[in-house]
Design a protein around this ligand. Sequence first.
Ligand code: HEC
Ligand code: HEC
Ligand code: HEC
Length: 91
Amino acid sequence: MKRSYLAFVAAAILTAAVPVLASEVFEFKAKNGTVTFDHTAHQQRLNGDCAKCHQGTPGKIGINRDVAHDMCTNCHREMNGPTRCNDCHKR
Ligand code: HEC
Ligand code: HEC
Ligand code: HEC
């Protein structure tokens, strides 16, 4: 249940006309393959509705196997996100 946190701030300033792209990504280590979670992409596709995943003031959730397989997978079933093991777990 090792959990590591990786924040990528990919600042790509291409031209003066293109806004800075910043993406925050969390990596959850699992023995059957690391799960990569793009926080920024999820915030955007859920129209900034933090309450889809956070209760109260957004902060650490404490992702573990049970939370992930409940919260992540249930929403993916409803919204056509990835639900197969190897869609999330990558070796
Ligand atoms: C699709 C689910 C989802 C949505 C929507 C979401 N988050 Fe998160 N957020 C997460 C997960 C997963 C983590 C990592 C939690 C952990 O490691 O316990 C996280 C972590 C965080 C953290 C802690 C960061 C850190 O450094 O540990 C903050 C603050 C946060 N989110 C704010 C927000 C805000 C503000 C919004 C709405 C604009 C939002 N989140 C929307 C899933 C989500
Ligand atoms: C409230 C809904 C919701 C929750 C909760 C949620 N996701 Fe997603 N996720 C989505 C949607 C919607 C997509 C995009 C589906 C598409 O358009 O292909 C997605 C896509 C993904 C993808 C494919 C790569 C990408 O980012 O496009 C991964 C991997 C993923 N989610 C992991 C997770 C993990 C891990 C969690 C839990 C920590 C989680 N998601 C929680 C809605 C959610
Ligand atoms: C939506 C993404 C997602 C899908 C789909 C998914 N998982 Fe997971 N799984 C996770 C996350 C996130 C964790 C938490 C990892 C952690 O605790 O750091 C996890 C944890 C686990 C763990 C615990 C690993 C460890 O090292 O303790 C196992 C085993 C596991 N998953 C197996 C599966 C199997 C088997 C399937 C398919 C039936 C599956 N997962 C589908 C996201 C997913």
